[in-house]
Every structure is written in structure tokens, then in C-alpha cells.
Design a protein around this ligand. Structure first.
Ligand code: AMP
Ligand code: MG
Length: 403
């Protein structure tokens, strides 16, 4: 099977990923999930003409010349308004957030008034134009308006909207169940001291972290050695109880790269097994039964890049995201950068702005796809077209910010 372009690979991933199943969650569980329903305002906002200042509700015409002495007719506080017609020559003491009484057309702020103790009137010291410090009913939102849409990511700034329109329960996309399996006979778990020729597994933890961040519920499987029968057994068991299986390692050209063989022997449908991507060329995408399988490369930086380009997008489609892929932005390259002959690159970078406000992408100095310590500083990936031509500092480049 030949190497396919990144865009084609992504298209296949988006196509093969099933749409969302919805579930209801309590509002305080909703942040980070993806909306599975449109959110409709059930009230006007504000729900009544609302005072924006502490002061006095008056008729602006009554304070055309100042000081103006007005009879104090009552008091309107937040939670307990004064619901009578306010007549000419009258004022109502009012607090921020309280309803403005009918008949009043302005609120003069308390600093520009004087209320002598217990005399039943107030002096307005400065004129105020009609409408001042009143937010009219429905000025922000009308009942029945759609305020958020299915497919949007629920962030903390949206919680007030959900709460204010009564969404104690919110419909969101169900979390995909993701099983994660690192392969490689050299691997030991994080709690162990690596022996001769061994290294600690990091991919299982990296993938679990990114998958959790992408909304999945995650199960980390035991490490699998480079043995086709062992791989087949674990892959089969994982596929039976998960929506997505993400493996790492064992997909390049070595004699002990057995993940693909195991998948094929189990009868998996392989959609692609090489992508024109640096880092991340040997990325595999397959389906076993109804379980999607991502066979990511072994090198930790390749894992981070391929997960975020492909697996993250699949997990987001499965939760109903309107925008499943990392959004593309433009930045100015801060240092010359070399491409790869036959593959597009997504190279780790740090974003910063210069004193003109220009977004600059500074390529990380890194030792290649095994250099996870360098990658720990990355905030973005720079997209470099295929070909060995040097992309010069100062050139506009496409970037994606990485989680
Ligand atoms: P492979 O594709 O299996 O040949 O792995 C490529 C490189 O990534 C090798 O140096 C592996 O030791 C390393 N590697 C594979 N899996 C992991 C893992 N789970 N954690 C850390 N490094 C890994
Ligand atoms: Mg390996």
C-alpha cells in the first residue's frame, strides 16, 4: 500500500468515524464536552428593564435643570422591585440589577445625587439623558433565540449561558471508549527501573493524556511484547470492549514490527498504513469489527503529532464536534527551516509575538522524533510543504496550535 497525502488520510479518518451518540450530563459535568443540542433562551435578557447603577430612577425631563428636588416614592432592590407607576416629579431609589419602575426613563447614579436624611425627597445634582443606566428588557437576548449550537465545545465562558437558561442537564456527545496499548519488548512500566536494553514506556501515558483531553474515557492496557500471537490476543480483547484502539510502536519496517501483521491476521480492514508526513510516516488506520484502530508509530514525538492530527479528529467526530480538526492559522517563520523530500512536515515550534504584534513561529531545536524532552516545550506545529527547498525566516507558514 502506498504512502498517501496527509489531507487524504484525514479525509478517510473523518469519513470512517461514526457520528455521536448523545447523553445528558449535569451542568457541573458539562465543561470540556461537546454540545449535542442547540441551546435556546427561555427568557429575555435582561428579563426586565434593569438598572445598571446604584442611584435613583427618574424621568430625565424632571432633571433638565439642576439641582432638581424630587419626591422619593419608593425603593427598588434586586429581587424585590417597586412595581407602581412612577409619576412626574417623583424618584425611586434603585440598586444595580433591580427592575426600573414603569414611568421612569433614566437612572441617575448615586454619586450625582444627594438625599437629605428622612425628608422624603432627593436632589438630582446633574441632568441625565433619557435611557441612561437602564438596560432594556431583551436588549441582550430575546426568548426563543438560539444562543449556542450543537457541535460547539463547552468552555467555562458558556456555563453562565447554560445556567441562566435553565439547563440543569445538558445533552452532550457520549465519550468514546478508548483502549491504549503500547507495544515493544523493550518497554517497562513507569514504576520500574529499566534493565539492560530496556526503556520506560511513555506512549501509553501520553496517549491517555491526549485522549482524555479530547473527551474520551480511557483504558490503559498492559504493555505488549513484540510477538504476533500476544498482540492478536490483546488487540482482539481490546476491540471487543472499546470504540477506538490506539496502539504505539511496531508499525515500521523492522523484523519485529508486528502490529500490522496482527491486525491483518485478525481480519481488520486497513484504510492506510503510510502517510506522507514527517514525523509519523508509518501511521496505520484500520477497523476491526466496529472498532477503529490507530496504529501510531513508536517514537514519542511521532505519537504526539499523529495523535493530534488524526486520532483527536476521530474522537471529536464521535462526539459530534462541528470542528473536529485542529484549526489552521498563519504565522511568520522565525528561523530557516528545511522540508523533507517526499513528505509534508509538521515540525514542533514555540509561538510568540514580536513587539509589532506579529505572531512568530520559532522551530524547536530538537533531535528528531525520539526527542520528547524538546517536544515538551512545543506549543504549535509548523506545516512545511514536501520538497527539500529551504523555507526562509520571515516567510508566512501554516501552523496548528497543539493541546
Ligand atoms: P518502533 O516503531 O516500535 O520501532 O519504535 C520506534 C522507537 O520508539 C524505538 O526507539 C522504541 O524503543 C520507541 N518506543 C516505542 N514504543 C515506545 C513507548 N511506548 N514509549 C517510549 N518509547 C517507545
Ligand atoms: Mg517496537
Amino acid at each position: 500500500m502506498s504512502m498517501i497525502p496527509i489531507a487524504k488520510a484525514l479525509e478517510i479518518v473523518l469519513q470512517q468515524s461514526p457520528g455521536p451518540k448523545a447523553e445528558s450530563v449535569a451542568l457541573d459535568e458539562a465543561v470540556g464536552r461537546i454540545l449535542a443540542e442547540d441551546i435556546i433562551a427561555d427568557t429575555d435578557l435582561p428579563p426586565f428593564d434593569r438598572a445598571q447603577m446604584d442611584g435613583y430612577a427618574i424621568r430625565a425631563a424632571d432633571a433638565a435643570s439642576t439641582p432638581a428636588r424630587l419626591r422619593l416614592a419608593g425603593e427598588s432592590v434586586a429581587g424585590a422591585g417597586w412595581h407602581h407607576e412612577m409619576k412626574a416629579g417623583e424618584a425611586v431609589r434603585i440598586m444595580t440589577g433591580a427592575p426600573v419602575p414603569p414611568g421612569a426613563d433614566a437612572v441617575q447614579q448615586v454619586e450625582l445625587t444627594r438625599e437629605p436624611n428622612g425628608e422624603g425627597f432627593v436632589e438630582i445634582l446633574e441632568p441625565v439623558e433619557a435611557g441612561r443606566s437602564i438596560v432594556r428588557q431583551a436588549a441582550e437576548i430575546k426568548a426563543g433565540e438560539t444562543v449556542l449550537r450543537a457541535g460547539e465545545d463547552i468552555n467555562p465562558a458558556m456555563i453562565a449561558t447554560l445556567a441562566s437558561f435553565g439547563y440543569a442537564q445538558v445533552k452532550v456527545g457520549r465519550r468514546p471508549r478508548v483502549a491504549i496499548m503500547a507495544t515493544g519488548s523493550e518497554l517497562v512500566d513507569v514504576g520500574e527501573k529499566p534493565g539492560a536494553d530496556q526503556i520506560r514506556d511513555s506512549n501509553n501515558y501520553t496517549i491517555a493524556a491526549y485522549a482524555t483531553l479530547a473527551g474520551a474515557s480511557v483504558e490503559r492496557l498492559p504493555l505488549a511484547g513484540d510477538d504476533t500471537e500476544e498482540l492478536k490476543k490483546q488487540i482482539k480483547a481490546a476491540a471487543d470492549r472499546s470504540d477506538v484502539l490506539v496502539t504505539s510502536g511496531g508499525v515500521s519496517m523492522g523484523v519485529y514490527d508486528l502490529t500490522k501483521a496482527a491486525l491483518k491476521e485478525l481480519g481488520a480492514e486497513i484504510f492506510f498504513e503510510k502517510v506522507a508526513l514527517r514525523p509519523g510516516k508509518p501511521t496505520v488506520f484500520a477497523r476491526l469489527g466496529s472498532t477503529l484502530v490507530f496504529g501510531l508509530p513508536g517514537n514519542p514525538v511521532s505519537v504526539a503529532v499523529t495523535f493530534n492530527l488524526f486520532t483527536r479528529a476521530a474522537l471529536r467526530v464521535m462526539q459530534g464536534a462541528a470542528k473536529p480538526t485542529l484549526p489552521e492559522e498563519t504565522a511568520i517563520l522565525a528561523r530557516d527551516l528545511k522540508g523533507s523530500l517526499d513528505r509534508e512536515s509538521y515540525l514542533p515550534a514555540v509561538l510568540r509575538t514580536d513587539d509589532q504584534g506579529t505572531l512568530l513561529a520559532e522551530p524547536l531545536k530538537w533531535g528528531g522524533s525520539s526527542d520528547f524532552v524538546a517536544y515538551a516545550r512545543a506549543t504549535a506545529l509548523i506545516n512545511v510543504p514536501a520538497g527539500l527547498k529551504l523555507t526562509k525566516a520571515g516567510t508566512k507558514v501554516k501552523i496548528v496550535r497543539v493541546p
